[in-house]
Design a protein around this ligand. Structure first.
Ligand code: ADP
Ligand code: 5GP
Length: 190
C-alpha cells in the first residue's frame, strides 16, 4: 500500500469549501480522510474537539509551534491561529489514505511548496463576488459587518488562485463536486 497523498482545498470563506468536501469525503474510490487542524478560536455551537478542530489555548498553540508539531500555521483572523498538525498528516498517510486539508489560501500555498508532487492544490472560486456575498447572507451565520469583512478579504484572497494547481468555480454545486472529484481521482491514480 502506497503512502497517501495530500489534497489541499482552499478558498475564501463562503465559497463552498465545506459543502464540496462533505460531498466527496466518504467516496470510497477517493480514499480520503480529513486532517483535523489545531486552532485557538472558540468552538462554535455543535463543534466537537478532535473532530472539527483541536481547540487549543494560545499557550498550547505556541508550544506546538516550538515543538515543530505543525506543518504550517497562519493567523487567519486577528488573534486567531490555525495550523496543520504533523501528527494528523502522518497518521492518515501511513494508513494509505489521502489527506484532505481545508486550509486558508496562504497555508495552502506553503503546504504545496513543501510537498511538491505529493500534493494537489485546488482553489475553489465563487462565480462572482456578488454571489459570494449573497451566499454568506443566506448561510445566516454572520453579522452584516462580518460579511463585509469576509467579502473584502475574499477579493484579496482570490488573487492567490493562480498559485494553485487547479481552480474549480463553484457555480452549480453538482458540477463543482464532479470536477473536484475528477481532479482528485486523476491525481491519486497517477
Ligand atoms: P466555506 O466552507 O467555503 O466557508 P460553505 O460550504 O459553508 O463555504 O458555503 C457557504 C454557503 O453557500 C452555504 O450556505 C452553502 O450551503 C452555500 N453554497 C455552497 N455551494 C453552493 C452552490 N454551488 N450554490 C448555492 N449555494 C451554495
Ligand atoms: P473557520 O474559523 O471558519 O473554521 O475557518 C477559518 C479559515 O481557517 C478557513 O479559511 C479555513 O480554511 C482556515 N483553516 C482551517 N484550518 C487551517 C489550518 O490548519 N491552517 C491554515 N493555514 N488555515 C486553516
Amino acid at each position: 500500500m502506497g503512502k497517501g497523498k495530500l489534497i489541499i482545498i482552499s478558498a475564501p470563506s463562503g465559497c463552498g469549501k465545506s459543502t464540496i468536501i462533505s460531498h466527496i469525503i466518504n467516496d470510497p474510490e477517493l480514499r480520503l480522510s480529513f486532517s483535523v487542524s489545531a486552532t485557538t478560536r472558540q468552538p462554535r455551537t455543535g463543534e466537537v474537539n478532535g473532530k472539527d478542530y483541536y481547540f487549543l489555548t494560545q499557550e498550547e498553540f505556541n508550544d506546538a509551534i516550538a515543538e515543530n508539531a505543525l506543518v504550517e500555521y497562519q493567523e487567519v483572523y486577528a488573534g486567531r491561529f490555525y495550523g496543520t498538525l504533523r501528527s494528523e498528516v502522518e497518521r492518515i498517510q501511513s494508513d494509505g489514505k489521502n489527506v484532505v486539508l481545508d486550509i486558508d489560501v496562504k497555508g495552502g500555498v506553503n503546504v504545496k511548496r513543501e510537498y511538491g508532487n505529493n500534493a494537489l492544490s485546488i482553489f475553489i472560486k465563487p462565480p462572482s463576488i456578488e454571489t459570494l456575498r449573497q451566499r454568506l447572507v443566506n448561510r445566516g451565520t454572520d453579522t452584516e459587518e462580518a460579511i463585509n469583512q469576509r467579502v473584502a478579504k475574499a477579493s484579496l484572497e482570490l488573487t492567490y488562485a493562480e498559485k494553485y494547481d487547479a481552480v474549480v468555480v463553484n457555480d452549480v454545486l453538482e458540477e463543482a463536486v464532479a470536477r473536484t472529484r475528477k481532479l482528485i481521482l486523476e491525481f491519486t491514480n497517477n
